[in-house]
Write a protein of this length. Structure first.
Length: 88
């Protein structure tokens, strides 16, 4: 994305009470957040307390929708996988 163009931004806070699960989730999502989704970029970092924060900047509403679907899907899949592994 070039500077000077309008952009869309989103902030997602993921609260995870278990510190080891939070660290694992950060490691699982880190490589994905480092990759650029077309016309969007994301940064993942530790938030305050028990959270991770994902910041997304997209060139337009379509790119934001695609980025949100992608990142929220990865978050959901990662947490569901961790939950299933704990049950077994």
């Amino acid at each position: 994305m070039t500077s000077g163009t309008a952009s869309w931004t989103a902030s997602i806070r993921i609260r995870v009470d278990d510190a080891s699960l939070r660290d694992w989730l950060g490691q699982a999502l880190g490589p994905e957040a480092a990759r650029e989704v077309p016309r969007a970029r994301a940064e993942l970092h530790r938030g305050e307390g028990d959270s991770l924060e994902l910041e997304i900047v997209a060139a337009d509403s379509g790119a934001m929708r695609a980025a949100l679907n992608t990142y929220l899907g990865w978050i959901h899949l990662s947490l569901a996988t961790a939950q299933a592994a704990r049950r077994s």
